[in-house]
Design a protein around this ligand. Structure first.
Ligand code: MLT
Length: 312
């Protein structure tokens, strides 16, 4: 981060509108989670919370932008598992996820689903695996860029099947899902916060959910382990970040407001409709969030390095 917390008095925070920066396109999964928590957090903080979508480079543009902001609590990054994959994917990453931010708290852990355009030939995950192996040259896999959860999940599918597919990157899986439903791209792996509604309406085809257990929102969808891809298991954890020089007093106020938001019945219900839940209350702390970030960097970096995939 640049210059310091400035002259602002942490005790008076927040004195004006707060911006929540979403690193992907509007209408997608990160945007959806952010808007759901922004409303009760705004109420709790007594200031307007504005959501700003800063797309590009798989979420790393937004993270780099917030890392460079003043640590005054007015620019908050809402990011997911991509915070832990970016260091492995980008050798010249403009920020250090652990050094350049303070963590505020974890938000939710969203299951992913493997989904396809409605008229895509394979009907089951088993058929999908056989199909991509036979048609590796023509099958297209959508994602939200190198650093996105969809890209990580796609990479796991490619590693598990041993095929190298043509990836079609979008600014977020919101627009990717629109193209998928429209038949412009074959399949993708995306969060339930984006796919549940479309799956329930049968606008897209679903093969599996990437969690160890089936989920209530999509009870008929098998898990990847049940359906033949046990190594494709991933939960898209989300957290809030502020620049590293933000005073702890401000971080604490954001953590407290996040706790209130995640206990809000409307948030709990909306999350449930979308296949997820708020994290347990003891996870809504900077300590739990930092521990998760460290653990996930250690988990994903060697897997990414082995794949040889790089975002530049
Ligand atoms: C989004 O909000 O578009 C997604 O989180 C993208 C992704 O990570 O796949």
């Amino acid at each position: 981060a640049a210059c310091g917390g400035g002259d602002a008095d942490p005790a008076a925070y927040p004195e004006s509108e707060i911006t929540f920066v979403v690193p992907f396109a509007a209408g997608g999964p990160t945007d959806t989670v952010t808007r759901l928590i922004a409303e009760p957090m705004s109420k709790e903080l007594g200031q307007q919370v504005v959501v700003q979508n800063v797309e590009g480079a798989g979420g790393t543009i937004a993270a780099g932008q917030v890392a460079d902001e003043d640590g005054d609590g007015y620019q908050v990054l809402v990011h997911h598992i991509g915070m832990s994959t970016a260091p492995g994917l980008y050798p010249d990453l403009a920020y250090d996820p652990l050094e350049d931010f303070k963590t505020v708290g974890l938000v939710t852990d969203v299951p992913m689903t493997i989904v396809a355009r409605p008229d895509f030939e394979p009907e089951t995950l088993e058929e999908l695996i056989a199909y991509v192996e036979e048609n590796a040259d023509t099958v297209t896999l959508a994602n939200a860029g190198v650093g996105a959860a969809s890209q990580l999940c796609g990479l796991l599918i490619e590693q598990a099947t041993g095929v190298d597919l043509t990836e079609v990157p979008y600014d977020g899986t919101g627009p990717a899902l629109t193209d998928l439903a429209g038949g412009q791209v074959d399949f993708m792996c995306d969060q339930t916060t984006n796919t549940v509604t479309q799956l329930q309406a049968e606008k897209i085809k679903g093969y599996a959910v990437t969690t160890p257990e089936r989920i209530d929102a999509l009870p008929d969808l098998p898990t990847t382990a049940e359906a033949g891809l046990p190594d494709v298991e991933v939960g898209v954890w989300h957290g809030l970040y502020v620049p590293a020089d933000t005073p702890d007093e401000i971080v604490q106020k954001l953590t407290d407001a996040l706790k209130v938001a995640l206990a809000d019945q409307n948030v709990i219900d909306k999350f449930a409709d979308l296949g997820t839940t708020p994290v347990a209350e003891d996870q809504v702390t900077p300590e739990a969030h930092t521990a998760k970030l460290e653990e996930q960097i250690d988990l994903w970096t060697p897997i990414i390095e082995e794949s040889g995939v790089t975002g530049g």
